[in-house]
Design a binder for this molecule. Structure first.
Ligand SMILES: *Cc1c(COP(=O)(O)O)cnc(C)c1O
Length: 398
């Protein structure tokens, strides 16, 4: 018999009732160090007092008005995002997939608005993840997400990850732009080399294409920069963000230059919930903290320490961990054994982490962790690796 919750997730056997900073407490009282942060969402940890205050203050005043009216929180957040980034303008929505939908529509509209409606195709990369809507599963191109859902949305040309020659070959008279994650998240924490990012920007400029970045996972300080593209010095024309933008409150945004957004006029795109006062209050509160001058230096400092400690564990347990990779606190452990075994062993010992493609365990702690949290996590990871090294043969076959 089907469960009341549509069974589309393979859930771990644990439920949580309370969180505090990087810690999260299960309904049975167990305490976990949350180095998954709700898939890179809880960037400021759980129940951050500033976010709680912003949400509850707004909740007592006004929840929702729709976009038929002015929304002051949107005005403020958009101005702050514009001031902090390449962008001139921002569209608000409720999730990463929706932010990508806006980005894809905007890239197509740009060319159609500028007299080239035949240019609607986007070049994408193998291993990419852009969401679960019909267009974003087509953009991601992963068979496991496309199968059974009818004809794939037209207009995406996928090339091998990091293959610049393949990108050049894929550019044609119908190409509108290139869509890429500066660091693949779900694909297994695979960074695009800075020189390749610069080469993609150059290709876009040469061929009149738009560079569309998916920073849903890599954005909002996770890499030690406000956005990962700053690592390469490349700026996009359009960028989708979400996940950490609301620190746990659902909100997404599509940022763009004035030029790239030139076709997006009144009535062209919309969202009922997008940018509602609750979401805006929390996202503005997230920015209060992430934009503090000391915040990103802290992320870089703690990330260096964590990465160095992870490298030491990997060195000690070469039979379990092959490689540590990633930028800032967007880190991955490429495993020698099934990544699930390591994730389960860590969770059993009180440390949450998340699987990814390419047999990787993602380490995505809240950006507010300190040295003590790193030391505790490293101790647990070390024990988990030991348990896998010394596990009886019958388990090994699992
Ligand atoms: C999570 C994610 C998405 C999809 O976001 P949803 O909020 O689940 O729709 C898109 N792109 C990237 C890179 C992501 O990590």
């Amino acid at each position: 018999m089907i469960t009341p919750i549509l069974p589309t997730y393979a859930r771990a056997p644990v439920a949580f009732e309370r969180g505090e900073g990087p810690f999260i407490f299960a309904t049975d009282g167990r305490r976990f160090l949350d180095f998954g942060a709700g898939i890179a969402v809880n960037a400021l940890g759980h129940a951050h007092p500033h976010l709680v205050a912003a949400l509850t203050a707004q909740a007592a005043k006004l929840w929702h008005t729709s976009n038929l009216y002015q929304v002051p929180g949107q005005q403020r957040l958009a101005e702050r995002l514009v001031a902090a980034t390449f962008a001139d303008t921002v569209f608000f929505c409720n999730s990463g997939g929706e932010a990508l939908e806006c980005a894809i529509k905007m890239a197509r509209k740009f060319h159609s608005h500028n007299g080239a409606p035949q240019r609607y195709r986007l070049i994408t990369f193998e291993g990419a993840f852009h969401g679960r809507t019909l267009a974003t599963i087509a953009a991601g191109g992963q068979k496991k997400y496309l199968e059974g859902f009818g004809p794939k949305v037209e207009g995406f040309d996928q090339v091998p990850f990091g293959d610049l020659d393949a990108v050049k070959r894929a550019i044609g008279p119908e190409t509108a732009g290139i869509l890429i994650e500066p660091i693949q998240g779900e694909g297994g924490i695979r960074p695009v080399a800075p020189e390749k990012m610069r080469a993609l920007r150059q290709l876009c400029d040469e061929h009149g294409l738009l560079l569309v970045l998916d920073e849903v996972q890599s954005g909002m300080g996770r890499t030690g920069k406000l956005f990962a593209h700053e690592l390469s010095g490349v700026t996009p024309d359009i960028m989708a963000i979400a996940k950490a933008l609301g620190g746990g409150f659902p909100v997404g945004a599509c940022l763009a230059t004035e030029r790239a957004a030139s076709g997006m006029t009144a009535g062209v795109h919309g969202s009922t919930f997008g940018g509602n006062p609750l979401a805006m209050a929390v996202a503005n509160a997230v920015l209060d903290i992430v934009l503090e001058p000391s915040f990103l230096p802290h992320v870089n400092r703690i990330a260096n320490y964590l990465k160095q400690q992870l490298a030491m564990v990997a060195d000690k347990h070469r039979d379990v961990i092959e490689e540590v990779r990633g930028e800032g606190l967007l880190l991955g452990l490429k495993c020698k054994m099934p990544n699930n075994l390591l994730i389960d062993a860590m969770r059993e010992r009180g440390l949450l982490a998340i699987g990814a493609g390419d047999n990787v365990v993602r380490i995505l702690p809240p950006l507010i962790i300190d040295e003590d949290h790193v030391r505790e996590a490293i101790g647990i990871l070390n024990d988990a690796c030991l348990s896998l090294t010394h596990r009886p043969m019958k388990d090994a076959a699992k």
